[in-house]
Design a protein around this ligand. Structure first.
Ligand code: GDP
Length: 330
């Protein structure tokens, strides 16, 4: 097991923008060891005043739509214009071990080799619907290390979008034109969450169809109720291979930033998200507390079959579990 650093070593290294300390600090916040958890919580508290000065962008879309190619091209455009970009990719296959982490890095080769960018695949193991439970903390550490643009990639399988939406400022949905059904398995709910749709692969023979798809999606979005922030979702074309539409996409995101900063939504959204962060942590810690209690474990074991067969009410068992737990603490 790797040796841990002290709180001030982590803190100073992160604040100095030391990439290897940043990587180790993210490993610390992802750890399930009780001593690591305590240190991680202190570290996040210590660096908190240096966080928040970034734009947080969530990126989703079905596998194959071109998310990693887009992030590679878009991220490179951004670093070339002077931004410091951190990519947190939720790696669906990371439970298989290190191989997939390397795999993910080679997916974004140019960006991974660029000193102005930081790429971190996170395990989706302990997840909030596919999103690493620690993505928020990883994002704050990146901000404290001086990254001003955070890209959070998620796999586009449903629940993970809601979790990512709950931690970013801007939510981008990548789409394809002409993939059979125009909505290609993207649920209406996900479209409703998006601040913009980018139709990727708008190049070569696909360009004409992409323009038609743009019209189609604009009409579809028109049917949704206006969102709370007064922003009308945009639909634009990009080609991550030809690198077209990338600067326009960035302009659009900046327009959004200006719009929501001036009408107060930006600040309100971040405040709401902090409360949600508390809520998620409480829920996670409570269920850990319940499930790690030996008496509760044996209660659950005893009644598992009865619950499965429908003879025992799960409500009753849950209440008994809480009784055991509260007796321990009274
Ligand atoms: P992901 O699964 O969403 O991360 O998709 P990838 O980035 O791995 O891309 C899937 C495939 O689409 C790869 O073969 C890419 O080369 C290709 N691709 C990605 N972006 C574009 C694009 O803008 N134009 C074209 N023609 N192909 C693209």
């Amino acid at each position: 097991m790797k040796k841990r650093q002290t709180l001030s070593e982590y803190k100073n290294g992160v604040l100095e923008g030391n990439r290897s300390t940043l990587a180790q600090a993210i490993t610390l916040v992802e750890s399930n060891r009780p001593t690591d958890k305590e240190l991680a919580a202190k570290l996040v508290q210590e660096i908190l005043p240096q966080t928040g000065n970034s734009i947080r962008i969530g990126i989703t879309g079905v596998p194959g739509v071109g998310k990693s190619t887009f992030i590679e091209s878009f991220g490179t455009t951004l670093v070339n214009s002077g931004r410091k970009v951190a990519v947190l990719a939720i790696d669906p296959s990371s439970q298989r071990g290190k191989g997939s982490i390397l795999g993910d890095k080679t997916r974004m080769e140019t960006l991974a080799g660029d000193k102005r960018a930081f790429i971190r695949p996170s395990p989706s193991g302990t997840s909030l619907g596919g999103v690493s439970a620690k993505t928020r903390e990883a994002m704050l550490l990146c901000e404290a290390a001086g990254y001003d643009t955070i890209l959070i990639e998620t796999v586009g399988v449903g629940q993970s979008e809601t979790a990512v939406r709950g931690m970013v400022d801007f939510f981008l949905l990548l789409m394809l034109a002409g993939a059979g059904d125009e909505l290609q398995g993207i649920k209406k709910g996900i479209m409703e969450m998006a601040d913009a749709l980018l139709i990727n692969k708008a190049d070569g023979n696909n360009l004409k169809e992409s323009k038609l798809a743009r019209q189609h999606y604009l009409q579809a979005l028109h049917l949704f109720p206006p969102s709370e922030n007064g922003w009308y979702p945009k639909v634009e074309l990009v080609s991550s291979i030809e690198k077209s539409g990338l600067e326009e996409a960035w302009d659009m995101i900046q327009q959004y930033e200006n719009h929501t900063k001036s009408n107060g939504f930006w600040k309100k959204n971040r405040s709401d998200q902090r409360l949600k962060w508390l809520d998620e942590n409480l829920q996670m810690m409570l269920s850990e507390l319940i499930l790690s209690n030996k008496s509760v474990q044996s209660l659950l074991d005893t009644h598992k079959d009865g619950i499965k067969s429908g003879d025992i009410s799960p409500l009753w068992v849950a209440q008994e579990a809480i009784k055991i737990l509260t007796q321990n603490y009274s």
